[in-house]
Design a binder for this molecule. Structure first.
Ligand SMILES: [Zn+2]
Length: 455
């Protein structure tokens, strides 16, 4: 298990009393803010400078420290400001982007922020960092270079992509290749500029040919879709609004759903679970009495995730002790919907035994108001970031559904200790909606790293 000790409260006081950060931040608090994206990192930097924190800022510039690089907004603007305040831009320019795709892209995006001051060096590093992106049949990272590099960068990218087309490493044009250039210069501008610069350059012409083929392919796909839709309308069967369609065209009967669950052919969990009736859930609960195969138990539990057991009885707790970990995990998710005192007891016991994620999940609907402190204390124990994230999600759920559980405290807790910026902001939105956002959080949000970039 990866432990990030400085991401967690050091004492019980820290997590029962959430309040404004103490400035100047100490190094642990600063390092934590670089990971979570709290506004306190920039506030500290602007007020006190970053002497002694230079290495931490450099790390944040060359590594993507976000919890979820796919879903959280990028942070190059605030990180670049920190680099400037720390005086480490020259050191950053000397570093070659390495690491996983998220780190390379983040590093290049930060470098691009310094293009105005160091145009030649930045463009050189960005060009050198670009490489074939095998899994995606394209080049990577392209956007930072195209955002700042102008026509010269455009030509460079097109020629590199042309090489890949000609040597066969990519099979078709990547329609997002020049996206960043057109974002800056206008739609369609990439091709106008390339046409003006390319002459007979075979590498660039290969891009034009590949793009024409791709446009044709996309057009044919669209025509086919339109024709299918029109045929359906003519036959009185308009295409459903969602992309999902039930097997056989209609919602399966209860008998069919049970048969599919028994045979392992049940593959419509999401729409079924979202729209299930009590009668259907009763049938699934009945089925759970008879199946032994862990995969079938898991699938039946998945069906009950949204609403819980329709007729909870103590025997259902047995799934929490099942030898299969998927069964145990889904059992927790299902039981989170039920409010029996037995589930509360089990949840509190799990917390006492350091199974915090499962404990908090089980308490989502079963906890009593007097359990709030005990639940929040659960976050005291360091764990890996994924486990803490699971707890944070359960706390958000509890705050949403349980007004008697002192949601303000739960939400402030999520704000302070969530490893994930998206969950921190869900807590902020919930506090704004209930008019309970403390002034210090409002102030800190002005410098929050989520405030910049695209998700
Ligand atoms: Zn999250």
């Amino acid at each position: 298990m990866v432990r990030d000790e400085h991401l967690f409260p050091a004492s019980a006081t820290e997590h029962t009393l959430i309040g404004p950060p103490t400035y100047p931040l100490d190094r642990d608090a600063f390092r934590r803010a670089l990971r979570t994206g709290h506004g306190r990192a920039l506030i500290h930097a602007r007020r006190y400078g970053l002497k002694g924190f230079e290495d931490d800022v450099l790390e944040a510039a060359i590594q993507d420290l976000r919890f979820d690089g796919q879903l959280e907004p990028s942070r190059e603007v605030p990180i670049a400001e920190l680099c400037a305040i720390a005086g480490i831009v020259e050191r950053l320019l000397d570093k070659d982007p390495t690491g996983n795709d998220d780190c390379i892209e983040h590093h290049c995006e930060v470098l691009a922020q310094f293009h105005a001051e160091y145009p030649d060096r930045v463009i050189q590093v960005l060009k050198e960092s670009m490489r074939p992106w095998p899994g995606c049949h394209s080049l990577f990272p392209v956007d930072p270079l195209l955002e700042v590099g102008g026509r010269d960068a455009l030509l460079f990218v097109a020629r590199r992509f042309g090489e890949l087309l000609i040597d066969g490493s990519v099979e078709r044009f990547d329609e997002y290749l020049f996206f960043a250039y057109e974002e800056v210069h206008g739609k369609g501008k990439a091709w106008i500029d390339l046409d003006a610069m390319a002459g007979d350059d075979p590498l660039v012409r290969a891009c034009f040919d590949a793009r024409r083929d791709r446009d044709q392919e996309l057009l044919e796909m669209k025509l086919e879709r339109d024709a299918r839709r029109r045929a359906g309308e003519a036959a009185g069967k308009p295409e459903p609004k969602t992309r999902f369609s039930w097997p056989g065209g209609a919602r399966p009967t209860i008998e069919q759903s049970v048969r599919d669950l028994t045979s392992g052919d049940f593959n419509y969990f999401y729409p079924w679970t979202k729209t299930s009736t009590l009668e259907e859930r009763d049938a699934v609960e009945q089925l759970l009495q008879t199946v032994d195969d862990p995969n079938r138990i898991r699938d039946a539990l998945r069906c009950l995730r949204e609403h819980g057991f329709p007729n909870f009885e103590p025997g259902h707790l047995r799934f929490l002790h099942h030898e299969n970990d998927e069964v145990r995990w889904w059992a927790g998710e299902v039981l989170a919907n039920n409010s029996s005192p037995l589930i509360r007891e089990e949840g509190l016991r799990r917390i006492d035994e350091s199974e915090f994620s499962l404990g908090v999940t089980l308490l989502t609907h079963s906890a009593l108001p007097e359990d709030t402190d005990r639940i929040l204390s659960a976050l005291e124990e360091p764990g890996d970031r994924d486990a803490v994230h699971d707890r944070v999600l359960a706390l958000l759920e509890m705050a949403k559904d349980r007004p008697e559980m002192n949601p303000e405290r739960l939400l402030q807790h999520v704000y302070e200790w969530s490893p994930c910026g998206n969950c921190r902001h869900k807590a902020v939105d919930a506090m704004k909606a209930s008019d309970s956002l403390p002034a210090w959080i409002h102030d800190e949000l002005q410098a929050d790293m989520h405030a910049w970039g695209d998700s």
